[in-house]
Design a protein around this ligand. Sequence first.
Ligand code: LMR
Length: 350
Amino acid sequence: MYHVKKATFTLLGIILVLTLAACGGSSESSSTSEGDGGSSGVQEMTIKISHVVAENTPKHQAALAMAKNIEENSDGKVKVQVYPNGQLFDDKTEVKNLQANNVQFIIPDMSKMVGMNPAFNVPSLPFMFSSNEAAYSFWDGEKGQEIFQSLESEGIIGLRMWPNGPKQITNTVRPIKAPEDLQGLKIRVQGGQVLASLFKTLDAGPLQLPFGQLYTALEQGTVDGQVNTFSNISTKKLGDVQKYITTNWGAARVDYAMLTNKEFWEGLNEETKKIVQAGIDHGTEVARSKAEQLNQEAFKKIKERGKMDIYELSAEERSVFQEALQPVYDEFREEIGADVIKAAKESSAE
Ligand code: LMR
């Protein structure tokens, strides 16, 4: 009998400990409960950052820098896990999971956010930004911030623009030197109506596919080519399945929106939010200071591997593309907003 009672008490004790641990565990989890925002002291939690590209890219390097900064400044109370290569969520699932607070930060290519606001097509408008700095100036400015804020009705908070850079063209069929060389080619695009229209204007066939399916689609010939930054081309070894690369094209860019969700953000108390915000700022600085360098290093690697035939467009050849793509502006002026396009153009002129 004594043994039965003792066993019962022991069992109850275990259940109690487990229950308390589970309650305490909520402060360990990435989702902070409502009301936490009012308490003081740094909240203990684990934050997840998810993205789809490889490790040696501006996005991943910046996410790692952000994670380190937050962990250090919170004395390890806030742990940050960074998941590259679509390990956690891919292009198709990351936004929904952000909204559900299953992940606290994602950094999608803006062209994948156009469903929520067509103004995220801006980096795909032909030759819109003449430099990384022009793109920062627009996204940090009034119109760019308005576009980020428009996500709030979807439970998403747009924080900062992180750059990657201008797109180069790769394909298996022929060197691309002029608009007519794209005729009839099937080109994989990231997303957005503008990028699709850009290729239709050049008589090519755009096909939207998630980044995780890109290599296989090129390998199997589902598409003939694609457009991307040097860092994405090199880290995913696209040169193994693509013969030609045209550089100095840059008609469109890969730029990212650093996003969090409202539930997570509003659950942070002031002290914790300050630390997380400083981490985001640090990550933004790293992304912006390293993007160009990482892309140039990636270009060097592509050359060293020697698998691709490289054709560099001259300024003159580039301007032929520029002229051919002008109609895209007329097609999207109304949908994106003449005011948005004007502000973006002014950023490039600064
Ligand atoms: C792509 O899908 O090619 C890119 O948007 C991937 C990325 O996030 O850079």
